[in-house]
Design a protein around this ligand. Structure first.
Ligand SMILES: Nc1ncnc2c1ncn2[C@@H]1O[C@H](COP(=O)(O)OP(=O)(O)OP(=O)(O)O)[C@@H](O)[C@H]1O
Ligand SMILES: [Mg+2]
Length: 635
């Protein structure tokens, strides 16, 4: 609604940033309609009645002298039942609806309301007339999907006495009841199923809690070695093509969150198309419901105006807070936060602000911190002390894969887990290419895994990671002096390292079974490999040399050869691609191991990934026995 009848006028247009005069009374971050088309923009600098506005739509064709109208409101999102399953652009316009109105390309200045206004929702009240209510109290519920009860809460700014509350079917605009503020003699306030919230302000909560439960991802390298907590933050930095997008999408599919919000921020359109095409077809293994029913997609691709990238990030986190306040575990994936940083840099440049490091604005660090700060596990407002969480996982795309650049460094400072993607691993088709030496997690979730998976979880994962670190050190030596100079025990360690890397860490995201690996299966897989490690160490102590293992063991049987071949074929389409850059150490190790695979159990270990999840313990126990049996026969 226009606040003044007299519009301002445009005095300057510079890409996504425009300047307008005579916007009397405009506020910082107020939404402004710019030009005859009414493009949507936001005030980002005010000097008297002269306002600088970042425009969320393409500004070509705007001219000096065009009218500019203030709307009197900040950028807000609409919150209510019907959000789940939606696909929005950066400023919460539903893309399918926009397409109906305007065709394949978003026409500029288009307004479309975020949530369906016609659909009726069955509302069941949980309060009665006369009840006192405070912010965050539950007024009633609506079944948004078969799995998710949407709690209608008293808005954070309202409290008083319920004067009226109705059960029945309502659209999001209809009044479901009224609340009268204490000692207020004016008319009571109408309550509806939907409410609005300004995106730049975090929604309030009662208090923050320490995270203590993992957000299970089903990705072995993450859950076993660098787990993230519900309410935690993680970043996935990685150079071009190192697997950021696949990682974000895999997490969006498998993370055990109630709600997933996926923000495609400034990345190529075809990556978003993958999501848009794939997600509606996927079924959530836990609930057997379509995965889209728990997902909200925000698509803001590289061909959309840069300023809207920032809006897409804020829109995403505000939607996340709304469901967190209902008491749900929300996971937000942003791919890639670097594109948001670049938008900040571009807008700041147009504002002629003093540039900071590498041209990014000096406030980059605070912007990032403010965003990640909105993650967390909290006690929500409201008398029932609901606990909700937002986990944020942001991809970062450092140019040239150089992690010392400002976006990576500033994100690293505020994130609790760092999953660094390694271009070298990606080139060797080791996926997910999370580097196990440089990555870390600051979340202490050992207790959860010990209580819920196995009492020796910490011992197993700790031992495996230590072996991998030892292997990395040895590989450096091998590169200098070759593996022949190593003592037998260290040659054995290289073998175990390779087994851990290939049969444990590598996980093909698109494999039907292996795409997701529950913690219990992770545990049994690790136990088998560690049993093999100990058995091999004992055999070496008895005087067996690896050389002799290779020589004396039976020649590779045709059936094992077949296993080897299928194993190669199964791992990944990408892995099959001939890669001339294969590092020589890994190749020579590969031939050594393949010869040692004359031990049938080694082939079996390589197939652990295909175990059906519920049978992991049974297979694990059988395989451990086989490991002991075969290794004890070695002399
Ligand atoms: N977990 C995985 N399993 C199998 N293949 C993978 C996995 N991760 C990445 N890949 C392969 O690597 C390719 C590149 O991955 P992706 O597109 O995610 O990289 P990116 O880091 O997002 O690249 P960009 O910098 O271009 O955005 C994928 O097309 C896929 O073939
Ligand atoms: Mg990508």
């Amino acid at each position: 609604m226009p606040k003044t009848d007299r519009p301002g006028t445009l005095t300057r247009v510079a890409g996504p940033v425009v300047v307008a005069e005579n916007l009397v009374g405009a506020q910082m971050y107020e939404v402004i309609r710019v030009g005859a088309l009414g493009l949507i923009g936001e005030v980002i600098r005010l000097e008297g009645s002269c306002a600088t506005i970042q425009v969320y739509e393409d500004t070509s064709g705007l001219r000096v002298g065009d009218p500019v109208q203030a709307t009197g409101a900040p950028l807000q999102v609409e919150l209510g039942p019907g959000l789940l399953g939606s696909i929005f652009d950066g400023i919460q316009r539903p893309l399918p609806l926009v397409r109906e109105q305007a065709g394949d390309f978003i026409a500029r200045g288009i307004t479309a309301t975020a949530i369906d206004r016609i659909k009726k929702w069955d509302f069941t009240p949980l309060v009665r007339a006369g009840d006192q209510v405070k912010p965050g109290d539950i007024l009633g519920t609506v079944a948004e999907t078969a799995q998710l009860t949407h709690r209608i809460l008293v808005p954070p700014t309202m409290e008083g006495i319920v004067e009226e509350i109705r059960a029945g079917a309502f659209t999001i605009d209809e009044t479901i009841g009224t609340i009268r503020a204490h000692n207020d003699h004016s008319a009571p306030t109408a309550i509806r199923l939907a409410q609005k919230w300004p995106v730049r302000h975090g929604r309030p909560y009662a208090r923050k809690l320490d995270p203590d439960t993992p957000l299970l991802t089903g990705q072995r390298v993450i859950d076993s070695f660098f787990p993230i907590a519900k309410g935690g933050t993680a970043i996935i930095p990685g150079g071009f093509g190192s697997g950021k997008t696949v990682a974000e999408q895999t997490l969006a599919k498998w993370a055990d969150a109630d709600i997933v919000i996926y923000v495609g921020c400034g990345e190529r359109g075809n990556e978003m198309t993958d999501v848009l095409e794939e997600f509606p077809k996927l079924v959530d293994a836990r609930t057997n419901e379509p995965l889209m029913r728990r997902t909200i997609l925000i698509a803001n691709t590289s061909n959309m105006p840069v300023a809207a990238r920032e809006a897409s990030i804020y829109t995403g986190i505000t939607l996340a807070e709304y469901y967190r306040d209902m008491g749900y575990a929300v996971a937000l994936m942003a791919d890639s936060t670097s594109r948001w940083g670049e938008a900040l840099r571009e807008v700041s440049g147009r504002l002629e602000e003093m540039p900071g490091e590498e041209g990014y604005p000096a406030y980059l660090a605070t912007r990032l911190a403010d965003f990640y700060e909105r993650a967390g596990r909290v006690v929500a407002l409201g008398k029932d002390n609901r606990i909700g969480s937002i986990t944020v996982i942001g991809a970062v795309s450092p140019p040239g894969g150089d992690f010392s650049e400002p976006m990576t460094q500033n994100s690293l400072r505020v994130a609790g887990a760092f999953w660094g993607l390694d271009t070298g691993l990606a080139r060797r088709r080791h996926f997910p290419a999370i580097n196990w030496i440089t990555s870390y997690s600051l979340y202490d979730l050992r207790k959860w895994f010990i209580d819920n998976v196995a009492s020796d979880w910490e011992a197993q994962t700790g031992e495996a990671l230590a072996l991998l670190q030892k292997e990395a050190e040895l590989l450096e030596i091998v590169q200098l002096v070759g593996s022949d100079a190593l003592p037998e025990s260290e040659k054995a360690l290289l073998k175990i390292g390779q087994m851990l890397r290939e049969d444990y860490l590598q996980q093909f995201a698109f494999h039907d079974i292996d795409g997701f690996c529950p913690p219990m299966k992770q545990y049994w897989m690790l136990r088998v490999i560690l049993t093999f490690h100990r058995g091999l160490a004992r055999a070496i102590k008895r005087g067996t040399t690896l050389e002799r293992i290779v020589k004396t063991s039976t020649p590779v049987s045709p059936s094992i050869n077949a296993v080897l071949q299928t194993r190669k074929g199964k791992s990944s389409k990408a892995e099959q691609a001939d890669d001339p850059s294969q590092d020589s150490v890994s190749t020579s190790q590969g031939t050594l191991l393949e010869r040692a695979m004359a031990l049938p159990v080694v082939g079996e270990i390589a197939r652990m990934k295909e175990w059906p999840h519920p049978d992991a313990e049974m297979h694990g126990r059988e395989l451990m026995e086989q490991v002991e049996r075969e290794l004890s026969t070695l002399r």
